[in-house]
Design a protein around this ligand. Structure first.
Ligand SMILES: [Zn+2]
Length: 433
């Protein structure tokens, strides 16, 4: 394997580079978190907001300083391109999303962009022009925090979203998606259209947002797949009645039945084991009054697994069990499945290469499933895609307490730089694309 820092070079150099990357990443993320610093804590950088625009423009300037060719596409995705010798060859693209949730942390998404910038700067410094073009992308939107839609940035690039996707969407203040996009300076026909058919591979470096790597004391997570998700709305109908005059065995209590159902879902999920997870996240009841037996209960179930068949079997058995519980309790059950996203496996060869990089440099790692959705799942639709995780302290994310140590960030950037070298500079890319 052709590497830019080979295993035969001193370990010292690897440690030195990782520590340099970590310190620089801390500085960059500190700077970027000033765009949208929320007085209530954390960072709020919603799509097309002033803070969002300021962050994208500042990044564009920083990319230009690094010698990259800067381009915004029509929806506001920002690219910094390092043009390769073979400028016609499809590009290697790396990056993540610039938007945040409300009062989010300063690592989610933007770490992958800062990391890409630092890795590419080092590659330029040490190796100059790549064989093929390497692009850093700061994706417009992933979180769905302002408008009721997610993956607007990566979805626009990969053909999953288009103008029709935003039709009729408004934010909490009644501003339409299009108005917001135009106010930020995008959506103009003279701007480059978003869909791309010239991407050879995509790599996303991201914080884990979970507790696995920290618990296992590992530096790197190599994502084998992003889980599929099925979500159900369940409605249990019994009979609302007097809490004092209805004997216990003559009740049709919609909440008592729902409680048995929630317990059975949890027990089935524990029996099934990781990586399956099932969550009842919302529960409403009617009439929700202290002295009335609940007549109706509605709840949601969110089930995730990286294997579609196992996910289907679990859901089928779960619904069968809920029906049985409804029968025993004398209540009626109706359900609808309102979300069905298939699992997305990441590229096998890129995973193998990531593992090889970790192994050669003595970096601790494990293969793992991503329980959260990411831009990478959009890109895997159009090109080989790899996703790499670094640890999150206490597994916390989407919070001002989100934190990843400088050392862990540095190690992740080192791995990213090696992968970009392999794909952009070395001969090895021919095996992939
Ligand atoms: Zn993210």
């Amino acid at each position: 394997m052709e590497e830019w820092v080979s295993a035969t070079e001193s370990e010292y150099l690897v440690a030195e580079l990782s520590s340099f990357f970590g310190q620089e990443a801390e500085r960059l993320l500190g700077w970027l978190s000033s765009f949208g610093a929320d007085p209530a804590g954390g960072v709020t950088r919603l799509l097309y907001s002033e803070a969002w625009t300021a962050a994208q423009l500042a990044l564009a300037e920083r990319m230009a300083q690094a010698g990259l060719t800067v381009v915004f596409d029509r929806v506001g995705n920002l690219y910094g391109r390092l043009i390769g010798e073979d400028s016609d060859a499809p590009s290697i693209v790396t990056g993540s999303h610039i938007d945040t949730v409300r009062n989010g942390g300063k690592y989610d998404g933007v770490y992958g962009i800062a990391a890409a910038l630092l890795a590419v700067e080092q590659l330029i410094k040490r190796h100059g022009k790549p064989r093929r073009t390497i692009e850093i992308v700061s994706l417009a939107e992933e979180e769905g925090s302002r408008f009721p839609m997610t993956y607007w940035g990566s979805g626009s690039i990969t053909g999953f979203h288009n103008e029709d996707s935003i039709e009729g969407l408004t934010d909490a203040d009644g501003v339409t998606f299009r108005e917001a996009m135009e106010a930020a300076g995008f959506g103009k026909s003279e701007q480059p259209a978003s869909p791309r058919s010239d991407i050879a591979a995509f790599i996303e470096l991201h914080i884990e947002q979970g507790i696995v790597l920290e618990r296992e004391k590992l530096s790197i997570g190599i994502v084998s797949a992003i889980v599929g998700q099925k979500r159900f709305a369940i409605e249990v109908t019994g009979q609302a009645n007097h809490a004092g005059t209805t004997p216990m065995l003559m009740r049709r209590d919609a909440l008592a039945a729902a409680a048995d159902m929630v317990r059975s879902i949890r027990e089935a999920a524990v029996r099934c084991g990781a990586p399956l997870v099932a969550t009842v996240g919302r529960l409403e009841l009617e009439p929700n009054t202290p002295n009335v037996i609940p007549g109706k209960t509605r709840f949601t179930v969110d089930v995730r697994h990286d294997n579609e068949e196992k996910l289907q079997v679990f859901c089928r058995e779960m619904l069968g069990e809920l029906e049985a519980i409804a029968g025993v309790n004398g209540v009626e059950l109706t359900f609808s499945r309102w979300m069905d996203a298939k699992p997305v496996p990441m590229d096998g060869l890129l995973s193998t290469w990531t593992e090889e990089v970790c192994r050669r440099h003595g970096l601790s790692y494990q293969h793992m499933v991503s329980g959260a959705g990411h831009d990478a799942q959009m890109f895997q639709r159009i090109c080989p895609t790899a996703m790499v995780f670094v640890p999150s302290r206490d597994g916390i994310s989407h919070s001002p307490s989100e934190y990843t140590s400088s050392q862990d960030m540095g190690t992740g950037i080192f791995v990213l730089a090696q992968l970009l070298y392999l794909l952009g500079y070395a001969e090895a890319y021919k095996g992939v694309v």
